[in-house]
Design a protein around this ligand. Structure first.
Ligand code: 5AD
Length: 489
């Protein structure tokens, strides 16, 4: 059987697209190879949101080109956003590439590889499915894991001036709510505990079926209102077995009263929201075309915190956007402290092709960008450190996702607020996929260390199988889950 290997760069959307590629390739009779050097088809699933990611791709292609000289029959595929962005041009820039496929053309991957093996010249397929959007599932990949991604929309209608995504992912297209709910129900039935809804601006969701009743709190004349809260309610009602529901990435504009009310009322919603702010300066937000002010962002997040008092917020920030002064950056730092983010991804601005901001001079010197980024990380480490230290001695409920690096008796998972917890001393137990009560005994730099509570240990031990759990898809779930506390947050 032919063998394939996939290397993934970039965001969760790309991770999920790679899962779909696994599914379509397996469906066509391919088997995964652990070693790309032994594969017949090598896929690089690329990201172009920042310059660095693109450079990474080209150096990876260079490495594979050497391999191709030894094995000319190797098929080299570039997929994802760089594929969509560059199309044909990639074939000229890197002649070792055989196939370029955009994010909407994943289903065609096996057919295109077949055509190549029949002697076709290098192929490019980067067509958006605007008329009839396809939302592939990756059930067989997700079923072996406690967590899974489900795409609810794709593309982006925002025009943030720094961002290439509207160009690489096309306009917004939404998936029918029936399909979304059916996929989540199937995942939950296969043992998945936590689902993360995916979309470029996930909370701008509107149901193309028009099958959702208006969510409580949704005002008909609020231009930022969407049907996202209504979708969350439908999932919570129709998939009661699901333990946790997350979503990424929302746009602050659509953090509307109906969504805040859903957070207050739906216990399945994790108490963590990743809400990219990008800058704390109104002047820069305007130049970024973010369509909110700092005050609006603060007001909306404050309402969310009032509704869910211990909700954790995390964010994305760009430093060194064209024209960013020391005062603008100071405003960003002050916002970071004001909100008290529990997680922060910071990026140096890099000019992207096809973006409105490409016309602005990239005028913040590299050294200043680096210095601002370092100060930003310092502030975020300080906030996270203080937060984690404050949790020592508390009890936390952790969804165990994986065995720890040390293997054996250690595991790791996340709380609802997304804090990473390492659990030690679980000798003889297989906790993967379980939701367990843990006492926090120590704070590390970016994570917590915990021990199973006596009750959790007794519950797990009384049910623990002597033999290890099967890891294959569908072969898991031998311990029942501890009950998740009922009611709102
Ligand atoms: N330069 C730097 N960072 C960027 N991002 C998006 N575009 C750019 C760019 N041109 C960052 C934003 C976004 C995250 C995914 O990547 O912060 O939220």
């Amino acid at each position: 059987m032919p063998r394939y290997a996939i290397t993934t760069f970039g965001c969760q959307m790309n991770v999920h697209d790679s899962e779909r590629m696994h599914e379509v390739l397996r469906g066509a009779g391919y088997v995964e190879s652990d070693d790309p050097r032994a594969a017949d088809v090598v896929v690089l699933n690329t990201c172009s949101v920042r310059e660095k990611a693109e450079q990474k791709l080209l150096s990876e292609v260079g490495r594979l080109a050497k391999l191709k000289r030894e094995r000319p029959e190797l098929v080299l595929v570039v997929a994802g956003c760089v594929a969509q962005q560059e199309g044909e041009k990639l074939l000229t820039r890197a002649p070792s590439i055989d196939l370029v496929v955009g994010p909407d053309n994943i289903p065609e991957l096996p057919r295109l590889v077949d055509e190549l093996s029949l002697g076709a010249p290098p192929l490019v397929r980067t067509v958006f499915d605007i008329e009839e959007p396809r939302f592939l599932t990756a059930l067989s990949v997700a079923a072996g894991s406690p967590t899974a991604y489900v795409t609810i929309m794709k593309g982006c209608d925002e025009r943030c001036s720094f961002c290439i995504v509207p160009y690489t992912r096309g306009p917004e297209r939404y998936r029918p709510s029936d399909e979304i709910v059916a996929e989540i129900a199937a995942l939950a039935a296969a043992g998945v505990r936590e689902v993360t809804l995916l979309g470029q601006t996930v909370n701008s969701y509107n149901d193309p079926q028009k099958a959702l009743p208006r969510a409580p709190g949704a005002s008909a004349d609020d231009p930022d209102e969407s049907e996202f809260a209504a979708l969350l309610r439908r999932i919570a009602t129709e998939v009661p077995d699901l333990k946790r529901l997350r979503y990424t990435s929302p746009h602050p504009r659509h953090l509307t009263p109906s969504l805040i009310q859903a957070h207050a009322e739906l216990s399945v919603l994790a108490r963590h929201v990743h809400l990219p702010v990008q800058s704390g300066s109104d002047r820069i937000l305007k130049r970024m075309i973010r369509r909110y002010t700092r005050a609006e962002y603060v007001t909306r997040t404050a309402a969310l915190v009032r509704a869910v008092p211990d909700v954790a917020l995390s964010t994305d920030i760009i430093v060194g956007f064209p024209g960013e002064t020391d005062d603008d950056f100071a405003a960003t730092l002050s916002l970071v402290r004001e909100i008290g983010y529990k997680g922060l991804f910071g990026f140096k601005y890099s000019v992207r092709p096809y973006t409105p901001a490409r016309k602005l001079p990239d005028d913040v010197p590299e050294a200043v960008k680096s210095e601002r980024l370092a100060r930003l990380f310092e502030a975020s480490e300080e906030l996270l450190g203080a937060h984690l230290r404050g949790l020592v001695g508390s009890g936390q409920r952790v969804l165990v996702e994986a065995e720890g690096k040390e293997g054996g008796a250690s595991f790791s998972g996340r709380t609802e607020r997304n804090e990473i917890v390492h659990i030690h001393g679980a000798e003889g137990l297989d906790l993967r996929g379980e939701i367990v009560d843990v006492s926090i005994v120590r704070a590390n730099k970016h994570s917590l260390q915990g021990e199973l509570t006596e009750a959790a240990r007794a519950a797990a031990r009384s049910l623990a199988p002597a033999a290890p759990k099967a890891r294959a898809a569908g072969g898991r779930r031998s311990l029942p889950v501890l009950p998740v506390s009922p009611g709102g947050h």
